[in-house]
Design a protein around this ligand. Structure first.
Ligand SMILES: Nc1ncnc2c1ncn2[C@@H]1O[C@H](COP(=O)(O)OP(=O)(O)OP(=O)(O)O)[C@@H](O)[C@H]1O
Length: 637
């Protein structure tokens, strides 16, 4: 059984409906240790035959048998494997990958073997040494002479330890001296027991082989042994695998570095979109935080007051009302409350006024109390403006002092002024002109005037964040007593909550507008990748010839897009944080608040969205690259 056997191989090309028969029935057998020169007229079908033998073309009739096993009807994957394991290609135009160093070019087939990284490198260096180029291994192909390039391509063809070498016009572009040297290397390879198939036009080159096969008009018309073939050797071959993700990534990385300026521009373009989104979100967080901070410093948004739905109803709330409110989910407490408008103070000769007396201490944020504490029985908490009216020079000294306080109550359906001396428990600084005291204090003051205490509102507190306020308010507003809506809720929380909804809406609209530039960068990535596929068509052909699978080619472009996305977004995040630092340092002094707050969540969102967009943008170009025909790609200029 021969190593390689061709049986009645026929191949036609079609131009429209016209059939051009190129191979018209090739029957021939080759063995390892042979150095075969394929001679023939130009256009006789030699390259077409080599493509079939090399597993690059599977559209033919007849059969190619390798060790008796047919190559036909094989899947793409099996043909990829066949090229990796069995074939090494050497081309007339060398077909080295220009953005990789010599070492990396030779490493490509080795990365498709199961050898360890260090063994791969060792073997690549040995092979470069064998062809006399070890000291040039860090150069790029464009820094070499033609003869040197061909030697690199021989080293690369041998790297995967193939059983057969296909050399299509290997010396076509070389001077006589280099031709001689290359042929010597090819002969040495045959001597090692490999099958070497060399396509040539030159009789001189053909004479170097052990056998000449001549083709005319798509058929073999001469098959002549020149000398004995070299002995076959049974040595272990390298086990192959498809290109690993890491190797693909490294190739992409090398390509990015090779086209550095262009890629920096693309990264910059992508950055604009991601940066705008991250920055808008950060600014939104800052503005929302600032507004909330300002509001919360004045009031407690989780404190609500429940009044009668009917504003003409001045009746006292009952225990049953309080229990009803207490049972509402997320209400942490509900207490009797009293309020009255139009408060007057007298301290010595000084008078002052305040808008409202309330028993709801929680409406005042305790952090705003400048001096003293919240009031106990027979005490009041007043605001700074009121205190300053009573003692301009040293308002804080009023804490602990007694002031005459007058508020208006209802007696027999008429307004009735109630006057009593209360101790000032504390002074707070806020714009709300409230006077706070306890329920019992009011009750006692009214009793002194023979007035029955009325609970004018229910003072309730809501658990959790400000987000709980609106739902709880809605529930209470909807509650019915005797089939009628009974309560009306007021408090700062619902305003804060509504305000936040509007601010969030504005942030998302702004971020979405900024996001339009992401669409632009996605289109940019699509265009760039299509250009990249066009530029790297030859490289795709080379990689496919070396046994890379379609998915490896796809991965090459997907990883290019993803890497670009990672770089743009990570730089955007860094720039965003730097700008945040700069702006906040400048503004902090003026408003006492960090107005830009990019959260880790925003940063991660930016990076993830950038990767997803680039990933999606890479699908079409990457598929185009993967589907390219290896033979056509190899002939790309
Ligand atoms: N993709 C193709 N579509 C149509 N015709 C093709 C295609 N590839 C090759 N041919 C034709 O097939 C014939 C054989 O081409 P092939 O390249 O195999 O010849 P060759 O013997 O290698 O020639 P040369 O020595 O000049 O390289 C030629 O006439 C060529 O024009």
């Amino acid at each position: 059984m021969s190593f390689l056997e061709l049986k009645n191989i026929q191949k036609s090309y079609y131009l429209g409906k016209d059939e051009f028969k190129v191979l018209k029935g090739i029957d021939v057998a080759f063995n390892k240790g042979e150095m075969i020169s394929i001679l023939g007229e130009s256009g006789g079908g030699k390259s077409t035959l080599m493509n079939i033998i090399g597993g690059l073309d599977s559209k033919y009739s007849g059969d190619v048998l390798l060790n008796g096993k047919s190559l036909k009807h094989e899947t793409d994957k099996q043909l990829d494997e066949y090229r990796r394991n069995t074939i090494g290609f050497i081309f007339q135009s060398f077909n080295l990958i220009s953005h990789l160093t010599l070492l990396d070019n030779v490493m490509v087939p080795l990365e498709m073997t199961t050898l360890s990284k260090s063994d791969q490198r060792k073997r690549a260096e040995e092979l470069l040494n064998k062809v006399g180029l070890k000291e040039h291994m860090h150069k790029h192909p464009n820094q070499l002479s033609g003869g040197q390039k061909q030697r690199v391509s021989i080293a690369r063809a041998l790297a995967g330890d193939p059983e057969m070498l296909i050399a299509d016009e290997p010396t076509g572009a070389l001077d006589p001296q280099n031709t001689e040297e290359i042929l010597q290397i090819l002969e040495d390879i045959a001597k090692e027991g490999k099958l070497v198939l060399t396509v040539t036009h030159s009789d001189k080159v053909a004479a170097y082989g052990t056998r000449i096969v001549h083709m005319t008009d798509g058929k073999i018309d001469q098959d002549k042994n020149l000398r004995d073939k070299f002995p076959e050797q049974q040595d272990e071959t390298l086990e192959s695998k498809s290109l690993s993700f890491g190797s693909t990534l490294k190739m992409t990385w090398d390509n990015l570095k090779y086209n550095l300026k262009r890629n920096l521009l693309i990264i910059f373009g992508g950055m604009i979109g991601i940066f705008s989104v991250i920055f808008m979100l950060g600014l939104g967080n800052g503005v929302r935080g600032y507004i909330n901070h300002e509001i919360y410093s004045q009031v407690n948004p989780n404190s609500v007051q429940i009044e009668h739905k009917n504003s003409n109803d001045h009746s006292s709330f009952k225990e049953s009302d309080i229990n009803r409110i207490k049972n509402v989910k997320d209400i942490s407490s509900a207490e009797k409350g009293y309020d009255s408008s139009g408060i007057q103070f007298k301290y010595g000769k000084k008078n002052a006024q305040s808008q409202m007396l309330t028993t709801s201490a929680s409406t005042i944020n305790s952090s705003n109390i400048k001096k003293g504490t919240t009031p106990k029985d027979n005490e009041v908490l007043i605001n700074k403006t009121t205190a300053q009216s009573l003692n301009k020079n040293d308002y804080k000294s009023l804490v602990g002092k007694k002031v005459q306080t007058t508020f208006t109550a209802q007696k027999d359906g008429r307004p009735f002024p109630v006057t009593k001396n209360f101790k000032i428990a504390g002074i707070y600084d806020s714009q709300s002109p409230l006077v706070v005291t306890t329920y019992n204090t009011v009750k006692q003051a009214l009793a002194d005037n023979k007035i029955k205490m009325t609970t004018t509102f229910i003072d309730a507190k809501i658990k959790g964040g400000v987000g709980n306020v609106t739902p709880v308010q809605n529930k209470i507003n909807a509650m019915k007593v005797n089939n009628k809506k009974a309560y009306s809720v007021s408090g700062a929380g619902s305003i804060v909550s509504t305000l936040n909804t509007y601010i969030n809406l504005a942030i998302y609209v702004l971020a979405a507008i900024a996001g339009i530039s992401l669409l632009v960068s996605a289109i940019m990535i699509i265009v760039v990748l299509y250009i990249s596929v066009a530029e790297r068509t030859k490289e795709i052909g080379i990689l496919r010839a070396l046994g890379a699978t379609k998915s490896s080619i796809r991965m090459l472009f997907v990883s290019q897009a993803v890497l670009l996305g990672i770089f743009s977004s990570v730089i955007s995040v860094i720039v965003g944080y730097l700008l945040q630092f700069g702006i906040n340092s400048a503004v902090d002094g003026a408003i006492g608040y960090s107005i830009i707050q990019i959260t880790p969540g925003n940063a991660i969102f930016g990076i993830v969205i950038s990767i997803i967009i680039n990933l999606l943008a890479s699908i079409l170009p990457a598929n185009k690259g993967a589907k390219l025909d290896p033979i056509e790609s190899l002939s790309a200029e």
